[in-house]
Design a protein around this ligand. Structure first.
Ligand SMILES: Nc1nc2c(c(=O)[nH]1)N[C@H]1C(S)=C(S)[C@@H](COP(=O)(O)OP(=O)(O)OC[C@H]3O[C@@H](n4cnc5c(=O)[nH]c(N)nc54)[C@H](O)[C@@H]3O)O[C@H]1N2
Ligand SMILES: Nc1nc2c(c(=O)[nH]1)N[C@H]1C(S)=C(S)[C@@H](COP(=O)(O)OP(=O)(O)OC[C@H]3O[C@@H](n4cnc5c(=O)[nH]c(N)nc54)[C@H](O)[C@@H]3O)O[C@H]1N2
Ligand code: SF4
Ligand SMILES: [Mo]
Length: 694
């Protein structure tokens, strides 16, 4: 394969979970590839957002890593691969000899391909034999995942293709700003409205997304559970429960019903700020519509009561009979490029490939046979992401950490504290495409290949498995994550082989997933390359895949969906005299996540050059702030400084900041690491702050 290949490569975007189809062709300028949207891939059908269009900019050698680096005092200095890998192997050996196997930890990412996520989990469990592995998906959709598993017996973010969203009669979209986070998906909302459907949005802010809505609800941040309980209350007292559906397809309604009865409309208005008549309209529209869906995203889920909140929305769907049939159901809009696949193949602390549980003896036997190890050597569950990062360098906590595909210095809650924990390590290794803020702290940095330079599969937010293709050779000096793992395995006397060819890894992943919930055994690179649209589970090579998973039955043992009774707990931190405002955090169109990648792309920096604090003009006036004034936000964890952006689209009691920037602009200086008791999701979406003008 050479850089002068003239043919086009059909592949997918390196960024979000929409995984838009794109075509790459060789270019002659300083960016080696030209990007064009694919019209033959149904999800984006010819559209891309600015991040997709500019993705090839990161292939430029001047913005990426091209050589391994090792720490020499305060500096990171270039070195050879052998030196870097030897140093890591020796460091791991030393830490494990002195402090035991669990003293080495691994942190993965939902942007890694299925092959990488699988190999990373296998590497942790067979070579390091550490239980201490988790990943950034814990910060993303873990609340919805836990609720989906409990309610439906399966966590496929969307249990139906996105195209179904355009065909439902009533959609409630909760805490999603997909107009900025997945712009090509806006067309599904437009089609829904053009088809005469009703779009209801729930977000404390009005956004590019809520503009399309028939009805918009603007609750106080962190009160979605009360809102959903209040809607269910109205359904019950107005006699609108779909009794036949509840009896035939669900269990557990009486307890959920009893819980909702405590949330009468006036009480819910008091908690949420949503007027009672608006709640009544939502219930009337949703229950009278022949079909309906509720979709949640991070706004509703990233709370210390995220799982309970998602259950409240699921209960509402089930009671109204809007689940388990065409154009109906609950779904979670997964975020990262491989956010779905990344949670299925074993980089999560409690999981083995195929979405198996690590504490399930049968699962351990199955996976151990594929790996060629004794099941008893596979460690048990480890710490979830925040607890893992928080334990680094402490007594009983890991002393070495390998990071693949995350930048927690910017993206973890209470990030300045996490930064200190990383500094306390004996050994920090970061494999990345760029010198991220986390890589800057590392003892060894490994430069790895990126999307257009390697093959691999991702699973998009619909559970559709996709093949990304290599379009260009990586620069000399850069290796793939799979090669890194294989080299380290060799140096650490691995009991089992690690393939470096993604196709070979996928063959193994197929076997490891066979019979699991996320069964990929019928998927092959050849089928994907032919353009077959395969939604898991795909249990055999002649199986067409499963676009809609719950139409016949739910994935629970008895086939019924489960109501889980929940109550409203509210934010872990309430505003008070010292910290009177609510901060909520999220995203802007032109930047991605910790910004490690997109802050290196000129077009995107021009579109979104810095963080900002969005606040209502009334609040601004009280502080003498005008558009562009530098303001400081202070919470119990820390502070950030950024220009004010005045907007009537936000509640006067709430401010919003994006989390894509480091240093003084780092929103995660402020965020509260209060964790959900079931999923360990941190409370990114609400904490108490005060505003100062420095
Ligand atoms: N441009 C861009 N696109 C991305 C990403 C990116 O970083 N940048 N990241 C990708 C990833 S990994 C993810 S997870 C997705 C996230 O996609 P989204 O969930 O759409 O993104 P957010 O901006 O985090 O949050 C969405 C909305 O939640 C609202 N919100 C805040 N608090 C509450 C609340 O208490 N209740 C409700 N109902 N809403 C609330 C915010 O005002 C915000 O508009 O985006 C993906 N796409
Ligand atoms: N305040 C606040 N904080 C948040 C959120 C929020 O809404 N508010 N959202 C949370 C959510 S939903 C998420 S998903 C997290 C995401 O936050 P992070 O985990 O920090 O995500 P990224 O910035 O995508 O980091 C990915 C890193 O991996 C690198 N990378 C990309 N591809 C590869 C690869 O193939 N191999 C390797 N080795 N490296 C690669 C990138 O260059 C980048 O440095 O942030 C969370 N943090
Ligand atoms: S919407 Fe997501 S997948 Fe599509 S081009 Fe933008 S970042 Fe890439
Ligand atoms: Mo995410």
């Amino acid at each position: 394969m050479s850089n002068s290949r003239s043919e086009a490569t059909h592949t997918h975007c390196p960024y979000c979970a929409l995984q838009c189809g794109m075509t790459l062709t060789p270019a002659t300028g300083y960016i080696p590839l030209e990007v064009a949207p694919r019209t033959d891939f149904p999800v984006n059908a010819g559209a891309l957002c600015g991040k997709g269009w500019s993705a090839a900019s990161l292939l430029r050698p001047e913005v990426r890593l091209t050589t391994p680096l090792v720490r020499d005092g305060d500096q990171l200095v270039p070195t050879s691969w052998d030196t870097a890998l030897d140093r890591i192997a020796a460091g791991i050996q030393k830490v494990q000899d002195h402090h035991g196997r669990d003293a080495v930890a691994v942190f993965g990412g939902g942007g890694l391909t299925n092959e990488k996520a699988y190999s990373l989990g296998k590497f942790a469990r067979t070579v390091l034999r550490t239980s201490q592995i988790d990943y950034n998906g814990r910060f993303c959709m873990s609340a919805a995942a836990a609720a989906n598993n409990a309610a439906f017996g399966m966590d496929r973010g969307l249990p139906f293709p996105l195209e179904d969203v355009a065909r439902t009669d009533c959609l409630i979209l909760v805490g999603s700003n997909l107009g900025e986070t997945m712009p090509p998906a806006l067309r599904y909302l437009s089609e829904l409205v053009d088809n005469g459907g009703t779009l209801i949005t729930v977000d404390p802010r009005r956004t590019r997304t809520t503009e399309r809505a028939t009805l918009h609800l603007s609750p106080r941040p962190g009160t979605d559970a009360a809102l959903a309980l209040g809607l269910l209350h109205l359904v019950i007292v107005e006699g609108l429960v779909d009794e036949e559906f509840v009896a035939r397809r669900t269990t557990g309604f009486p307890a959920a019903r009893a819980a909702a009865l405590a949330y009468w409309p006036e009480r819910v208005e008091e908690i949420t700020g949503v007027p009672v008549p608006l709640m009544r309209q939502v219930v009337a529209r949703f229950t009278s519509a022949p079909t309906g869906m509720v979709l949640t995203a991070r706004g509703s889920e990233q709370h210390a009561s995220g799982v309970a909140t998602v259950h409240a929305w699921i209960n509402f769907c089930l009671a109204t009979g809007k689940a388990g049939r065409r154009y109906c159901g609950y779904g979670c809009l997964t975020g990262q490029g491989n956010g779905q696949g990344g949670r299925e193949h074993g980089q999560k602390s409690d999981q083995l490939p195929g979405y198996r549980r690590i504490d399930d003896p049968a699962a351990r036997v199955h996976v151990a046979a594929v790996w060629g190890v004794d099941p008893d050597t596979i460690p048990g569950p480890g710490r979830p992401a925040y607890q893992l990062l928080d334990s680094l360098g402490r007594d009983g906590g890991p002393r070495a950490l390998l990071v693949f595909g995350s930048n927690p210095v910017v993206s973890a809650p209470r990030a300045s504290h996490i930064q200190q924990r990383l500094r306390a390590l004996d050994l920090l290794v970061v494999a990345d495409v760029v010198l991220s803020e986390t890589a800057e702290l590392a003892d060894v940095v490994l430069p790895v290949t990126q999307w257009a330079e390697e093959d691999g599969t991702t699973t998009n937010l619909e559970g559709r498995v996709l093949l990304r293709r290599r379009a260009i050779n990586p620069p000399d000096g850069v290796r793939s994550d799979l090669e890194v793992l294989a080299e380290l395995a060799k140096r650490l006397d691995s009991p089992v082989p690690f393939a470096t060819d993604p196709a070979e890894v996928f063959q193994e992943l197929r076997r490891a997933s066979a019979g699991g919930i996320a069964d990929y055994s019928g998927i092959t690179y050849a089928r994907l390359a032919r353009g077959e649209q395969l939604f898991w589970p795909v249990p055999s090579e002649d199986h067409p895949g499963t676009p809609r998973v719950f139409e016949e039955r739910f994935a629970t043992p008895d086939g019924r969906a489960r109501f889980i009774p929940v109550t409203h707990l509210g934010p872990a931190e309430a505003p008070d005299a010292e910290y009177p405002l609510l901060l909520t955090t999220g995203r802007v169109l032109a930047q991605y996540q910790s910004g490690a990648q997109t802050r290196r792309v000129p077009q995107l920096v021009e579109a979104a050059p810095s963080a900002f604090v969005e606040l209502h003009p009334h609040l601004a006036e009280r502080h003498g702030v005008t558009d562009g004034t530098l303001v400081r936000l202070v919470s119990r964890r820390g502070e950030m400084t950024a220009p004010a952006r005045l907007s009537t689209r936000i509640r006067p009691d709430t401010v919003f900041a994006p989390f894509h920037w480091p240093g003084q602009q780092r929103a995660n200086n402020l965020t509260n690491p209060a964790l959900d008791p079931v999923s360990s999701m941190p409370e990114f979406k609400v904490c108490a702050v005060r505003l100062e003008v420095p």
